[in-house]
Design a protein around this ligand. Structure first.
Ligand code: IPM
Ligand code: MG
Length: 373
């Protein structure tokens, strides 16, 4: 087993961000210690807390440091404290700027229902059991990055947001989604609104063209309204879903709810080439839960295991942590936000400690019996 040395930027952000990233960092530290790796963490200001301290959500030193590391772990940003700021000055603008600056145009959101958590899905078990698909959301274009204008005029105000896609922007993310589907079950669903939007008409044309290079992948197109319905009706039909920035933002929250809670779903944002990828739970900063140590750290912890797999090629280590989580869930331990009747409810930090206990037990076992990991 080779040892790996990696640098990781940690951007805790706002609300529950700091507490969930702390849990994920502890597990990464345990992982490094147990498997002989070295992970060097660099904590950096970002989001609303950076606005308070430095007057900007993405301070220049944070961006400069993020460019240098091997991977980035982000908590969550935003909150009511900064809601009154103009769009261009809010914490969210820092996240969009970070994605843009680092060229992160691919956003991968795995939707996997953990067996032990079937009971908290709003869908009946027969509909949702075994549900396992991935959403590939385009992350650097669309209505998010076009002009946003708000003209105020005494009762006759107007606003406009421009959606913009080039064929090259669509093609590069489509190629990634085809590769991803080819490595899974070979089914790709592209989601658009090509019956109304020009950006979607171009999207469909380009995706159909790229499909010719991947004859082993079956491509299907769905309109976004139908896709939203199909995700609820028959989620098991999906393997990989490819969609634009705005539609992906919306559909991934819907899909996360099926897997039990938005608090469980990780994400990876990356570009092409060797630049660092960014890992973050897809949940927000949950201001009402912040500081109470009640939120589930699982979204952040699964983001850390996604980092181990995707950026560091350490899939055995990722599996080792994920099996420990499954065992903790099987024992009935939950945080309040993912509890069921009869659950043994723990604080977020206690829940993370249970997982740390489980991975250590697994290690002792491994050493005693010589099961190779
Ligand atoms: C997400 C979030 C962000 C987005 C916000 C915070 C800008 O909702 O990552 O899904 O819309 O991309
Ligand atoms: Mg979102």
């Amino acid at each position: 087993m080779g040892s790996t040395h990696k640098t990781i930027a940690v951007l805790p952000g706002d609300g529950i961000g700091p507490e969930v990233t702390r849990a994920a960092v502890h597990l990464l530290q345990d992982c490094a210690a147990a498997h002989g790796h070295t992970f060097e963490f660099r904590e950096l200001p970002f989001g609303g807390s950076a606005i308070d301290a430095f007057g900007t959500p993405l301070p220049a030193p944070t961006l400069a440091e993020c460019r240098k590391v091997d991977a980035i772990l982000l908590g969550a940003i935003g909150g009511p404290k900064w809601d009154a700021l103009s769009l261009a000055n809010r914490p969210e603008s820092g996240l969009l700027a970070l994605r843009k600056e680092l060229g992160l145009y691919i956003n991968l959101r795995p939707i996997r229902l953990r067996h032990a958590l079937q009971g908290i899905s709003p869908l009946r078990p027969d509909r949702v059991a075994g549900c396992d698909f991935e959403i590939v959301r385009e992350l650097a274009g669309d209505i998010y990055f076009g002009a946003h204008e708000l003209h105020r005029d005494n009762g006759r105000s107007r606003a406009r947001d421009v959606a913009d896609y080039s064929s090259a922007e669509i093609e590069r993310v489509a190629r990634y989604a085809f590769e991803r589907a080819a490595s899974r079950q070979g089914r790709l669903t592209s989601v658009d609104k090509a019956n109304v939007l020009a950006t979607s008409a171009l999207w469909r044309e380009i995706v159909t063209g790229v499909a010719r290079e991947y004859p082993a992948v079956t491509l299907e197109h769905l309109y976004v309204d139908n896709a939203a319905m199909q995700i609820v009706l028959r989620p098991k039909q999906f393997d990989v879903i490819l969609t634009s920035n705005l539609f992906g933002d919306i559909l991934s929250d819907e899909a996360a709810a099926l897997a039990g809670s938005i608090g469980l779903i990780p994400s990876m944002s990356r570009g092409s080439g060797n630049g660092p990828a960014l890992y973050e739970p897809i949940h927000g900063s949950a201001p009402t839960l912040a500081g109470k140590d009640v939120a589930s750290p699982l979204g952040a912890i699964y983001s850390a295991t996604l980092m181990l797999r995707e950026s560091f090629g350490l899939s055995v280590e990722a599996q080792w942590i994920e099996s420990a989580i499954d065992r903790v869930l099987d024992h009935g331990y939950r945080t309040m936000d993912i509890a069921e009747p009869g659950s043994r409810i723990l604080r977020g930090s206690e829940f993370a400690d249970q997982i740390r206990g489980e991975i250590h037990d697994a290690l002792v076992h491994t050493e005693r019996y010589g099961w190779g990991v």
